[in-house]
Design a protein around this ligand. Structure first.
Ligand code: UD1
Length: 438
């Protein structure tokens, strides 16, 4: 078990190159199995969720190999169509393998996916989309058997623009003869990324980024190369960290348009934000003010995944900010942990009100989920004294060496093995030594 040990109070200055996108690469990895061939995925982040996808690919009979930051996937000899329960529980995004396996093998067997505890995360829209492509689905006590003698193109209307259901529908439609049309598709940049990769493998997917996506299926796909886009949520997290701590930080290799709702919020809070073509610079005095209500929404609205980081940035702002979480029911679990550090966050259902406090103090806290965990780190960076953060497996799902990135900017943050920390704690008590200033 590892823990983060953070001493707050430092300003953040410097430059970061943002990691490849977690939410972009996971559907791309699932898409590799729609072809029987070799794929090269460049700029692939080293994350727990990527490891979980690799485990699924290997279980299915694919070969994978890292070459620096590129992940090579050879799907030629894929010979299984069942994903065991233990692998499905690792992450929510495992459900995207359903459409991909179906497209390749015409039959897929898997259980309901795991993932962050953000409230109910149904997959009814995923299943309805697959049914309309001709798949028969039976639920055998939590195990889903999804099969189709032949998939047939169809018109799919999503009741809400679900990211995962759009991805599953696109993947399965690649294996359906004829042209499928997905209406009310999610418009997230990660859908465009999936389209780009599938087309590089010889598919014909059009319209991603808009609400109507068409897929001309039934083509034989070949292996392909792809470079993963930068992670807009990791970028939003580091922008919020700089806003909260004060300083000047440049993030390079980012898609500024995809960050615009976050940068607009930070600008309103009193930061200077300069967006270039592929980089963004934030300058902050750390004296932030409350902003108008933040309402999460499907893209291009304010991302639900950036809500916890923005909340953490505003904990010491002057005034009160209202958050309305419209995507997931239970996305404020980090608020309880923030309260241990002196934060004033009042939660009622989907609404949370952050009243800025003069100071935060260090405490022992535990990550509740991926983005909530990042919020705890941001709060710790602003707190007086030392914060010890446990349950890092959540953060490691989506951030590549978060503590190293923040230390590069001047934060005092270290990851330690729990036992090592305890041993060192005793030594430090004896020697009077604190965490080194960087
Ligand atoms: C969500 C985010 C996505 C983010 C991802 C990873 C949105 C719209 N989606 O995608 O940006 O990258 O988490 O953190 O912000 N729903 C159903 N039935 C379904 C599928 C979804 O009712 O079959 C509901 C969900 O409960 C939710 C909404 O639809 O309220 C949108 O969910 P969806 O986009 O599918 O979630 P993810 O794909 O996990």
């Amino acid at each position: 078990m590892q823990e983060l040990f953070v001493e707050g109070g430092n300003r953040l200055n410097g430059e970061l190159t943002i990691q490849g996108s977690k939410n972009g690469v996971l559907p791309v990895l699932a898409a590799t199995i729609v072809c029987a061939g070799e794929c090269r995925i460049e700029n692939c982040p080293h994350l727990r969720d990527v490891e979980a996808s690799v485990a699924i690919l290997r279980h299915l009979g694919c070969c994978t190999r890292w070459d620096g930051n590129a992940l090579l996937v050879d799907t030629t000899h894929m010979d299984k169509n069942e994903v065991p329960d233990a692998l499905m529980r690792e992450m929510r995004s495992s459900v995207i393998f359903l459409g991909a396996i179906l497209a390749r093998q015409r039959e897929a067997v898997l259980s309901y996916p795991g993932g962050c505890e953000l409230g109910p995360r149904p997959i009814d829209m995923h299943l309805a989309a697959l049914r309309s492509l001709g798949a028969g689905i039976t639920d055998l006590g939590g195990k889903l058997r999804c099969s189709a003698g032949a998939l047939t193109a169809s018109e799919i209307v999503l009741p809400t623009p679900s990211v995962g259901a759009t991805e599953n529908a696109i993947l399965a439609a690649c294996g359906a003869d004829g042209t499928s049309v997905i209406y009310n598709a999610a418009r997230e940049p990660e859908i465009s990324e999936l389209q780009e990769f599938l087309n590089a493998m010889g598919a014909e997917v059009r319209g991603a980024g808009g609400s109507i996506v068409t897929v001309r299926g039934g083509r034989t796909l070949h292996g392909g190369s792809h470079r993963v886009i930068s992670d807009r949520i990791a970028a939003a997290t580091y922008l919020c960290a700089a806003a909260a701590c004060g300083g000047e930080v440049r993030l390079s290799g980012v898609d500024c348009a995809a960050l615009s709702t976050v940068t607009a919020a930070l600008y309103e809070a009193g930061c200077k934000v300069e967006s270039g073509e592929r980089d963004v610079v934030i300058k902050s005095s750390a004296a932030l003010r409350a902003i108008s209500p933040v309402k999460t929404a499907p893209y291009p609205g304010f991302p639900t995944d950036a809500q916890p980081a923005l909340m953490a940035a505003l904990l010491k702002s002057s005034g009160s900010t209202v958050f309305v979480e419209n995507i997931f029911e239970n996305r404020y679990r980090h608020a309880r942990e923030l309260a241990r550090m002196g934060a004033d966050v009042c939660v009622a259902g989907r609404v949370a009100v952050v009243r800025g406090v003069d100071s935060l103090h260090g405490a022992d806290v535990a990550c509740t989920d991926l983005r909530g965990g990042a919020a705890l780190v941001l709060a710790a960076l602003q707190a007086e004294g030392t914060t010890r953060i446990s349950r890092l497996e959540h953060i490691d799902r989506g951030y590549e060496s978060m503590e190293k990135e923040l230390a590069l900017l001047g934060a005092r943050i270290e990851r330690r093995e729990e036992e090592a920390w305890q041993k060192r704690d005793e030594t430090e008590d004896a020697e009077g030594e604190g965490i080194p200033s960087s």
